[in-house]
Ligand binder design. Structure first.
Ligand code: HEC
Length: 131
């Protein structure tokens, strides 16, 4: 009895150590998918009131690591996955996309972003890139 107990005291920690080691082995191998934005934080800064509005209303999805950036990155050049890097956006496209929704983007109501605010955001994006 005491012998069995002593044995389990030895075996159990050994088993745990082996398990931990195998977990590390899985973590350390290089079959992992690399996230392009790994370690990056979203840049929430702005240098104009219109840019600030964009960051506040759209940035969570359309700046670094945002769902919009990730999804747009699948169907266009990654360097223009962020809306602010696009040169082809017109104010009309931006307004229509926001009001009707597009693909995986939900429509954005006037309660969330007023017409006046959306017009400012659209003008800001139509002027990009460079900001
Ligand atoms: C909840 C996340 C989310 C928010 C908030 C959001 N978007 Fe989007 N947006 C998306 C996604 C996802 C797509 C890509 C849709 C697809 O291709 O399926 C997208 C696509 C777009 C496109 C289309 C680009 C193209 O070339 O097709 C425009 C324009 C756009 N968003 C503008 C805006 C604006 C302006 C705002 C803020 C008022 C905004 N979005 C807020 C998720 C979001």
């Amino acid at each position: 009895m005491t012998r069995g107990l002593a044995l389990s005291k030895l075996v159990l920690p050994a088993a745990i150590a082996a398990l931990a080691a195998s977990t590390f082995a899985v973590r350390a191998n290089d079959t992992q998918i690399t996230n392009a934005f790994r370690g990056a934080l979203q840049n929430r800064t702005s240098s104009s009131p219109d840019e600030h509005l964009f960051v506040e209303k759209c940035g969570m999805c359309h700046r670094q690591m945002g769902m919009g950036t990730v999804i747009l990155g699948r169907r266009m050049e990654p360097k223009v996955a962020m809306l602010e890097a696009r040169e082809d956006l017109t104010a009309e496209t931006v307004i229509a996309s926001a009001r009707m929704g597009i693909g995986n983007m939900p429509r954005i109501s006037r309660g969330e972003v007023s017409d006046a605010q959306l017009a400012r955001i659209a003008a800001y994006l139509a002027k990009a890139p460079g900001r």
